[in-house]
Write a protein that binds this ligand. Structure first.
Ligand SMILES: *Cc1c(COP(=O)(O)O)cnc(C)c1O
Length: 355
């Protein structure tokens, strides 16, 4: 029998979450963000499930090419644009749209010899201070791109730093709107958090990522409360049990010490599978149909669970690390991170299945 861990990708959940995004922003076109291998779910599999989306956003030119080769015809945007001159040629050959976020990329575009002009999304830095033209440098960039023979059409975009937090987006959105209000081009500002919370950002394109996968972008609102369904279930099985007497400990560092007799299950899943090593004792986990908790330190290939109150659990019992019964966001919260990181960190050695 193969090692029992697997990630099941739920096609119906991906489609449900896309439909929810669409229902929130019915006038917008959806640029489904499938970077990082579809947030760990498998890029092509996700694209196939989301084929009704008007576009896809990825990071690397190879990803765009793979999507074209798989037959996808819609808009494909490279979110950081070209990293070198070759990327621009590949983009033109495969009709990939490019973010343009600095003067260097404009120069590469101006100098390129292309079979056909390409579509660009000009990125404006309204306060994230990661990528994009500051408002003071925007007009010069815009004029150069407008007159560049290699540019077919343009759109304008920005990205919010705190769409998921109480302070919200007002300051950045004001800056974007006052800069661009006179320009009649397609605009795009919303990630999942902004799309869910702020109707005023449902512009021509919206860019949902995490919500598509059924994880919440917020610390104060669960995916379930938003109406999202988890697109990944990470499951495995118990491969050993240990009956521990008071005073005995489990695992590296002896981090968990039994006060009372306790039956412990050993699960075939560890940090080399993408489960966070920082998950402390008490992280929720689902075993043989019941919620329980992890114990002790996560090993490379295994972790421990408390079988108190689950006498029917034994070697072979099913375990859900995250999915429909324990959300990835709960595991992330317990481990001091976010669902994004756990989904993206799913290890290649975990076989993926799809339903
Ligand atoms: C990753 C990314 C998104 C998607 O963000 P979520 O929080 O996952 O919805 C949107 N826009 C840009 C520019 C991104 O890099």
């Amino acid at each position: 029998m193969p090692r029992p861990i697997r990630a099941v990708i739920h096609t119906a959940a991906l489609q449900h979450n896309l439909a929810l995004a669409k229902s929130l922003a019915p006038q917008s076109s959806i640029l489904a963000v499938i970077k990082a291998d579809g947030y760990g779910h498998g890029m092509l599999r996700v694209a196939e499930a989301l084929k009704d989306a008007e576009g896809f956003a990825v990071l690397r030119a190879e990803e765009g090419v793979a999507l074209r080769e798989a037959g996808f015809q819609q808009t494909i945007l490279l979110l950081e644009g070209a990293f070198d001159a070759d990327d621009i040629v590949v983009a033109a050959q495969h009709r990939l749209a490019l973010v343009v976020h600095n003067e260097d990329q404009i120069r590469l575009l101006e100098q390129a010899q292309l079979p056909q002009p390409i579509a660009v999304f000009i990125k404006i830095n309204t306060g994230m201070n990661r990528l994009g033209f500051l408002p003071t440098r925007f007009w010069a960039a815009y004029d150069r791109l407008k007159t560049c023979r290699n540019v077919r059409n343009m759109a304008l975009m920005t990205h919010f730093a705190t769409a998921d937090e109480a302070v919200g987006i007002a300051e950045q959105l004001d800056r974007f709107n006052s800069l661009t209000e006179e320009i009649n081009l397609p605009k795009s500002v919303a990630n999942s958090a902004a799309l869910i919370r702020y109707p005023e950002v449902r512009l021509h394109w919206v860019r949902p990522g995490i919500m598509i996968y059924g994880s919440s972008p917020f610390a104060d609102q669960s995916a379930q409360e938003i109406g999202l369904k988890p697109a990944m279930s990470l499951t495995s099985r118990i491969i050993a049990t240990q009956d521990m007497s008071p005073g005995s400990t489990v695992g590296y560092g002896r981090l968990f010490r039994a006060e009372l007799p306790v039956r412990v299950g050993v699960v075939a899943c560890g940090y080399a599978d993408g489960y966070p090593r920082h998950a402390p004792t008490g992280t929720p986990i689902w075993v043989a149909g019941k919620r329980t908790r992890t114990l002790g330190r996560v090993s490379m290939d295994m972790l421990y669970v408390d079988l108190t109150g689950i006498p029917e659990a034994d070697v072979g019992s099913p375990v859900e690390l995250w999915g429909e019964h324990v959300s990835v966001d709960e595991v992330a919260m317990s481990s001091g991170t976010v669902g994004y990181e756990l989904l993206c960190a799913l290890a290649p050695r975990v076989p993926k299945e799809q339903d």
